[in-house]
Design a protein around this ligand. Structure first.
Ligand code: PBG
Length: 317
């Protein structure tokens, strides 16, 4: 006597009947790289299919994606010239882009990445001193909240930044804006294409003194716990694929909504396989559903336009 598992996968209807994990349209958060100017669209050689837009072009670009179910975006500013003050300036790139998007798409959740690396001359996410950096990070987050960001997502990995941001949001009367912190962000080799896209590569050295050490997982739980205690409403684990064990452990440990960031290198890797003819696009669905299966509530991914377009092909008869 033995069990017959193959009944569950014998044909497509059977596979769907027994499918345990599904992707939903609301699971996806689209990263948008915003550049200065008007009418600007730029390709990013290291990330096929991903573009950089001026705010007006971003509005146009997402229109058809919103029509197929896009609900959330996360903005990254790619300033024309470096200069820290640009990161919190009232008329800064991101500060001007948020209302443009919200005016046209009030239902769209607009969150912002909060960091200084694409503004600082040296491409680092800090200015040397941890606590003084937190104050800048809080100032940037406040400047995004004040113009209508729905959530702010600090990605710098300084200690105590969630505390500083929460305090600043209270101070400026924006206590209702949630902090979605990159609580467990690893010093990863998978950020290469992003640094290309955002012009944020460190000029010297690396980020190992603040981003997490890849062999550690218990420490990720401590980082997450600390951010929750400081008032984070949701947390991000990043990258996704090499850290699905962290997603899974965080899922069992905490009840807070978890977001996994399927980063630029993970995206480029999949596209490299497809371009070489070594995988068909089903590999994207497999990748995304694996992140959800591990326990993520939502996924920040450059595959979002593809996913919203193709979801039903994979999940219905
Ligand atoms: C900035 C930031 C980075 C990413 C998101 N925010 C780069 C980094 O830390 O080097 C990476 C995103 C990606 O690779 O898709 N602090």
């Amino acid at each position: 006597m033995y069990q017959r598992f193959r009944d569950r996968r014998i044909d497509r209807p059977a596979r769907l009947r027994y499918q345990e994990t599904f992707l939903r349209r609301d699971d996806f958060i689209l990263p948008l790289f915003i550049v200065e100017g008007r009418g600007v669209t730029q390709t990013i050689p290291s990330m096929p299919g991903v573009l950089r837009f001026s705010a007006d072009e971003a509005v146009e670009y997402i229109k058809p994606i919103i029509n197929i179910g896009l609900h959330s975006v996360i903005l990254f500013g790619v300033p024309g010239k470096k200069g820290l003050e640009q990161a919190w300036a009232e008329n800064g790139l991101i500060q001007q882009s948020i209302p443009r998007l919200k005016d046209i798409y009030p239902q769209l959740e607009v969150m912002t990445d909060v960091c200084i690396c694409s503004y600082s001359g040296d491409g680092q996410c800090h200015i040397g001193d941890n606590d003084r950096t937190c104050e800048l990070i809080a100032k940037i987050a406040g400047s995004h909240a004040i113009v209508g960001a729905d959530a702010v997502a600090p990605s710098d990995m300084m200690d105590g930044r969630v505390f500083h941001i929460r305090r600043e949001l209270e101070r400026i009367g924006k206590a209702g804006v949630p902090v979605i912190s990159y609580a467990a962000k690893y010093a990863s080799n998978f950020y290469g294409p992003f640094r290309d896209a955002a012009g944020s590569a460190p000029k010297h050295g690396d980020r190992k003194s603040y981003q997490m050490n890849p062999p550690n997982s218990a420490e990720a739980l401590e980082e997450i716990r600390a951010d929750i205690d400081e008032g984070a409403a949701q947390i991000i684990i990043k990258p996704a694929l090499p850290y699905l064990d962290i997603v899974c452990r965080a899922r069992t440990e905490f009840n807070i909504p978890l977001i996994a960031y399927n980063v630029s290198g993970e995206y480029a890797m999949i596209h490299a396989l497809m371009e070489k003819g070594l995988a068909k696009e089903d590999i994207i669905y497999e990748t995304l559903v694996s992140i959800k299966r591990a326990g993520a509530n939502r996924i920040i991914t450059y595959h979002t336009p593809w996913a919203l377009e193709k979801l039903d092909v994979y999940q219905s008869l």
